[in-house]
Design a protein around this ligand. Structure first.
Ligand SMILES: Nc1nc2c(ncn2[C@@H]2O[C@H](COP(=O)(O)OP(=O)(O)OP(=O)(O)O)[C@@H](O)[C@H]2O)c(=O)[nH]1
Ligand SMILES: [Mg+2]
Ligand SMILES: [Zn+2]
Length: 323
């Protein structure tokens, strides 16, 4: 029997497109046994590595095995929901693209993307495009707190072909989730680095809609040299992806060393005395804007938790009854 390994590029209606390591793409369905297992925790996602097997007649490929993943970008249900939808597997980094102007960078939205990545234990990079429209030094200063927090910041201009080689280098051989608001130049960047690569990146397709239960499918694009880009519609749409409010602080990387200094273990870093985070803000080692972002996001998450509390209580009770 012919067996080969490959990576899942996309899935539609139970048919998965798998690119084998030798470069061909096959359509395959999940073996029955795996379909059962899948109901548990192992949902197949783009980026997953799988073992394909062909049937005796040499006609149909099936996914016989899902190989262990080293990372994932997942979306949890709010509240205590156990459900988790995996957007992409084996992601190496999240690349968040904004523009220096037209449209103006939106720091709160940037922080939101970074939190989603941190919540999934994924590394992020920040790209600021259209750098030729502004004063470069000023922009560098504006994003210096992200550099200080440990995020690589790339300044690019598609128009003047600045920074494209460096960006190309950090994408090579990796699986990157590319995201960012509309109009910042994501498609332009990809086209400038990889002519002919046709990405949908970041577009919120009309047909996808905004219903809570609509599946927003991600696609994995092989890069011409090596590596993949995950093209996912609607990364920013879904609030904080079910992140619990008490975990938000650790998703601000530069807060981490200070959280341990808080007097109270469950410090929300708002009004509590002896707060290490607030002390760091006062001392200037945490930027006031990042702290403000934290406060707003925390409020937003707590609102969602309040809304979902009755449902999660009900689902807990149901589980208890079932035993
Ligand atoms: N001035 C300037 N304009 C740019 C640059 N890069 C892209 N643009 C322009 O910005 C506009 C939006 O670029 P896109 O590549 O479509 O942006 P996008 O991020 O893919 O947007 P969505 O697909 O809607 O998410 C286009 O008119 C581009 O020509 C740049 O470096 N400088
Ligand atoms: Mg685009
Ligand atoms: Zn605190």
């Amino acid at each position: 029997m012919t067996r080969k390994e490959g990576v899942v590029l996309k899935g539609t209606g139970g048919i998965w497109h798998v690119r084998s390591d030798s470069g061909e793409t096959h359509e395959a369905s999940l073996r029955g046994r795996l379909k059962q297992e899948r109901k548990a925790d192992r949902k197949l996602a783009v980026g997953d590595r799988v073992v394909l097997e062909i049937d005796e007649r040499g006609e149909h490929w099936a996914i016989a095995e899902i190989l262990p993943r080293h990372s994932k970008l997942a979306r949890r249900e709010p509240g205590e929901g156990q459900g988790e939808r995996i957007v992409a597997a084996n992601v190496d980094q999240v690349v968040v693209v904004f523009s220096a102007a037209k449209p103006e960078p939106h720091r709160r939205m940037l922080d939101r993307f970074l939190v989603i990545a941190e919540g999934n234990s994924l590394q992020s990079r920040i790209v600021i495009n259209k750098i030729e429209l502004v004063d470069k030094e000023e922009t560098e200063r504006a994003f210096s707190d992200y550099v200080a927090a440990g995020y690589p910041v790339h300044l690019t201009s598609v128009k003047q072909r600045v920074g494209l080689d460096e960006l190309h280098d950090v994408l090579a051989g990796k699986t990157s989730v590319l995201t960012g608001p509309s109009g910042v130049g994501k498609s332009s960047l990809m086209n400038a680095m990889y002519p002919g690569l046709d990405l949908r990146v970041g577009e919120i397709s009309e047909s996808v809609g905004k219903g809570r239960h609509t599946t927003v499918g991600a696609l994995l694009h092989p890069l011409p040299d090596a590596g993949y880009v995950v093209d996912t519609a609607g990364l920013r749409e879904v609030g904080m992806w079910g992140l619990a409010s008490e975990h938000l602080d650790a998703c601000f990387r530069e807060f981490r060393p200070h959280i341990a200094e808080c007097k109270f273990g469950d410090c929300t870093h708002r009004v509590e005395p002896g707060c290490g985070v607030k002390r760091a803000v006062a001392a200037g080692s945490i930027s006031a804007e990042r702290y403000d972002s934290y406060l707003r996001l925390r409020e937003e998450i707590e609102e969602t938790e309040k809304k979902w509390a009755p449902y999660s209580a009900a689902s807990k009770a149901k589980k208890k009854r079932r035993g």
